[in-house]
Ligand binder design. Sequence first.
Ligand SMILES: Nc1nc2c(ncn2[C@@H]2O[C@H](COP(=O)(O)OP(=O)(O)OP(=O)(O)O)[C@@H](O)[C@H]2O)c(=O)[nH]1
Length: 389
Amino acid sequence: MTHTVTGAMPSHADPATRASELAAENQALRARMAYLLEQAERNHSIMCRHQAFDLDIVGAGTFPELVGTIFRNLPVISELESVTLTLIDEDADIRTVMGKLGVVFADFPHLIFVEQVDELGFDLGRRNASTPAPKPLLGMYDPARHALPFPNAPAGLQSVALVPLMRNKRIIGCLNLGSVDPTRFTPSLGTDFIEHMASIIAICLENVISNEMLKYIGLTDSLTGVYNRRYLDRRLLEEIARARRQRYPISLMFIDIDHFKRVNDTVGHQGGDDVLREVAGRIKDELRLSDALARFGGEEFVVLLIDADLDSAAFVAERIRASVAGTLIGLTQEVRLSVTVSIGVACLDPDQAVGEPELVARDLLARADGALYQAKEGGRNRVIRHLPA
Ligand SMILES: Nc1nc2c(ncn2[C@@H]2O[C@H](COP(=O)(O)OP(=O)(O)OP(=O)(O)O)[C@@H](O)[C@H]2O)c(=O)[nH]1
């Protein structure tokens, strides 16, 4: 929209003509003012929406909360038809950890992972510490060229901006913006605003990913990759509360590798570690996703089974026992070991789970541990249930 305003030219016309000229000039100035005001208000509103967005993403505490906020809010506040995010995840660490923390990637169809930075499509040349960050790529949407950043492109997509996400001179991914307006992203457009937005998103992503990684490390056993005791203690309290509310039983297994000292003595500590990893894997293979497996320390594992009574827990325990005992564990081509486990199982009946959750948890653990002791005493390589009195 353009407005032309008549300049204040001296007029030699008669007073009536002069008055009507001034009135027209005045009206044009008012229209111009109204237009500028409208623009200022619009810009102010965009600024406010972006500030609110920045606060939302800075406040996101988890990875799904952050990417969810970006995909939900950015298209609305920026009036875009498509917003996607590509993250570089060389060794699939982000996907592995987020998956273990319960992130369901199917919930985020606009989240794309690539292994290598050159898959993002920027002209990177030879980069070193002083090379400036690559500039955003703006231009017409090309279905073939933009298939990776826009896997589910909305109908009528016309122009796109691929904005690198930088952290400490390193490209961590790309923010992909798409519009049905062909003039929205043209190569000549200034990119300061979208670069600023991408820099905030990059900081938030890095923070949240580091936090999730730390959370994961704090809750898992570094040797076997299964949960650790701290996680299980916490989860057990939550599950006791939920089982009481929803009135279903939960069961707990104590699993201990038999004569593990002998294993260490025979194949050394490294070999013993390999056996621990293999046993953890075999236990895991027999469990449902909702069950939790933790290494409790040494050669002892605990499994928490949700919505499982004593019979079904003992059935799973028997499968685990058979799986460990059934196939030799191969440490090298030559060294193959026969390993067995003893398992104690106890169940928490929601009707009897009264009292402080900490005491209920301690009692359940003690009952399963007591059953394990009986399994050891009874000759090992067996499952013993703790029968309610
Ligand atoms: N390789 C390895 N060994 C461990 C680890 N943690 C504990 N151990 C060993 O596990 C063995 C446990 O031995 P014990 O508690 O005597 O029990 P056991 O030999 O398994 O005998 P039973 O449980 O009675 O069948 C000890 O030798 C520990 O040194 C570990 O992280 N790696």
